[in-house]
Design a protein. Sequence first.
Lengths: 462, 288
Amino acid sequence: MATASAAGNQAVMGKALREGIFAGVVAFLMFLLFVGIETYQDINNALVWRTRWGLLAIFVIVAAVGRFVTVAFIKPHIDQRKLNKAKDGLLDVSEKKGFLRRHFLKFALVLLLVYPFLSLLIVGKQGSLKYVDNFGIQILIYVMLAWGLNIVVGLAGLLDLGYVAFYAVGAYSYALLSSHFGFSFWILLPLSGIFAALWGIMLGFPVLRLRGDYLAIVTLAFGEIIRLVLINWTDVTKGTFGIAGIPKATFFGIWSFDTGAPNNFVKAWGLSASSVYYKIFLFYIILALCMLTAYVTIRLRRMPIGRAWEALREDEIACRSLGIDTVTTKLTAFATGAMFGGFAGAFFASRQGFVSPESFVFLESAVILAIVVLGGMGSLTGIAIAAAVMVGGTEILREMSFLKVVFGPDFTPELYRMLLFGLAMVIVMLFKPRGFVGTREPTAFLKERRSVSGSFTKEGHG
Amino acid sequence: MASGTVTMTKDTILKVEHLSMKFGGLMAINDFSFEARRGEITALIGPNGAGKTTVFNCITGFYKPTMGMITLARKNGKELLLERLRDFEINKVGGVARTFQNIRLFSGLTVLENLLVAQHNVLMKASGYTILGLLGLPTYRKAVDASIEKAKYWLDKADLTDRADDPAGDLPYGAQRRLEIARAMCTGPELLCLDEPAAGLNPRESAALNTLLHSIRDEGVSILLIEHDMSVVMEISDHVVVLEYGQKISDGTPDHVKNDPKVIAAYLGVEDDEVDEVIAVELEGGHH
C-alpha cells in the first residue's frame, strides 16, 4: 500500500516536473518579445533596443514554478477534498445560502452610503480625495455605464460596440449648453439623457434592421463617427483641445462649490477649505444615479416591455409570431440604454470640468462591454462586482509600488494594465463562462422564484 | 369559454387564392388555392418538400408571396388581406398565431414568463405603453392579474402547471410542443397555425396533443396544421388539403382524400402499369 502510493506520488511529481518545464518554455516563447526586449530612444533620438533578461527570467520562473506547484500539490489536494466530500455524501451545491450572501445587497448599499465618511475618518481629508474620487466615483461611473449598456446587450441581446457615443453625447451636451447658455447641472442632467436617447433612436432606426455581427460593426462605426465629428467640428467642439472650464454641479442651486462664490458650501458651513466636500457630493450624486439606473432596470424587467426585451434576446422570430413589434422594442432598449449613457456623460463632464474626444475612444466601449460580459449579462450585482474589480483593479495597480522591489525600479505596473485586464478576462471566462453571476432571476412566478441556470439563457443575435 | 356555448358555424375564416411563391428560379408554390372554415381543424399535408411550410410562412407573414391573395375573415366581420400586413401585425391585428417546426421557445425564460410575453400587446396597452405601468396604476395591476389567470388557464390545459416556474428549455420535448401551443393561444388568436405539431412525439405525447387540439377547437378557435404523417391527420382533422410540388392535388374530407388515387400515388408511388393512368390524371388536373 505504502509503496503503491509512493509510486503514485513519484508519477505525480514526474508529471508536475514535465508540465512545469513545458509551462516555462511556453512562457519563455510568449514573453520573449513582450518582456525580454524593450525599445527606447537614445540621445540621438534613434530607436534602439535592449534586453531585459532578468525580468524575462522572473516571468518564466513564475510560470514554471506556478505550474509545478499546481500539478504537484494543489490539484491532488482539491481532488482529495472532492473525493472525501463525495464519500461523505455531501452535495456540492447547498440550497441554503449563508447569512452574508442573502443580505449581500443590503450590506453593499450601507457600505457605499458610509464609504466617503469612513475614508474621511480613516485617512483624513487629503488622503480620502484619492479614495472617494479615483476609486469611488470612477468605479460608480463605470457601474452606471455598464448597467446602461446591460439593458441593450444583457437584456435585449443587441451587441452595441459604440456605446461610448452616447456617453460622449451626454458629456458634450452638458459641456456646450452649460458654457454657452449657463444652464445649471440639474437642468442639463435630464436634458443630456434625453439628447442621448434621441441620438440612440436616430442611430437605432436605420441600424436595428441589421442583426448580429452586422449590427456590431455598424454600431462600432457610429461610435467612431461621433468621435471624429467631435474632433473635426472645431467651431463648436474646439476639436482635440476639448472644452475646458465646465461649471461644477451645485447643491441644488442652494450652495455652490466654486471657491469665491458668495454662497460657497465650505463657507456656509464654516468648514476648512478642501475640495473633498465637492468630491463627496459628487460621490452621492453618482451613487443616486446608479440607484436610479438599477431601480428603472429592475422595474422595467417586470413590465411587458422588459419581458419583450428578454424574449427578443431569446428568439426574435418567435417574438414576431406573437405580435411583438421587434423594431420598436429594440428601439426602446437602445434609447433607454443611451439615456443612462447620457446621464453618465453629463456627470462625467461636470466632474472633470473638461471634455475632449480623447475620453470617448473605442477602448472605453470595449471596457464597458467587457464589464457587462464579465459580470454576467443581465445581472446587476454581477456587473457591479465586475466594474469594481476591473476599474478598481487598474487603480490599485497604480498603488503597487512594492512591485518595483520585485521587478526593478523601471517597472511601472500601470503599463501592464491591459495585459492583466486580458489575463483576468481569460481566467474568468474559463472558470465562469457566463460571468460572475450567470443565473437569471425570473420576473414572475406562480409558486416559488427559482433562478434560471445560465445554460438555458441565450446571448442574442441581433 | 365553456364548449357548449360555441356554435359550429361553417363559414370561411381563411381564403388563399392563386398563391405563388418563387425563390430565384424555383417555383416553390404554384397557383395554390384553398379555404379553411371557421371552427374546423384543417390539415395541409403532402410529402417532404411539397411546399407546406412555405405556404405557412406566407400566411403568417414570414414570406411575402410572389403572387396571390390571402384573405382572413375576422369574427367581427372585418376582412383583412394578410399579405399586406407586416409580420408582427398578422398576430396583433389579424389574430393569427403560429408554432414552428423546430420549436422556438424563449428557453431562458420560465414557462410562465413565456405565456406572459405572449400577452405583450394587451399588457402594453394596459400599462399605457410602460409609462402608466411604472406608476403602478390599479388598472395595470388588474391587467397583470388577468394575464396571470389566462396563463394559468392555458398551463392547466397544456398540463404544465407543475412546471410553471421552470425554464422552458428544461422541459421534455413533448411538453415544449404543448407549451408552444399554449403560448400561441395566449395571444388570443382566431386562427391557430401549427407546423408539424406531432413531429417527434411518442404515442402518449401524441395523444395528449390531440386532446389539447380538440379542446382548442371546442373553444371556437380554427386550426390550420401541417403534417406529413397521414395517420395523425386522419384522426383529428375535419378537412384535408394535399400539396405536392407546390400544387394542390386533392381537397376534401379525410375519407375523400384517403381514397384519392392522386394522393395515394403521391404518397406511395405507383405501380409501373398505372403510370400512364396517373399521368393522364395529372395532365387533366394541370390544365384548367
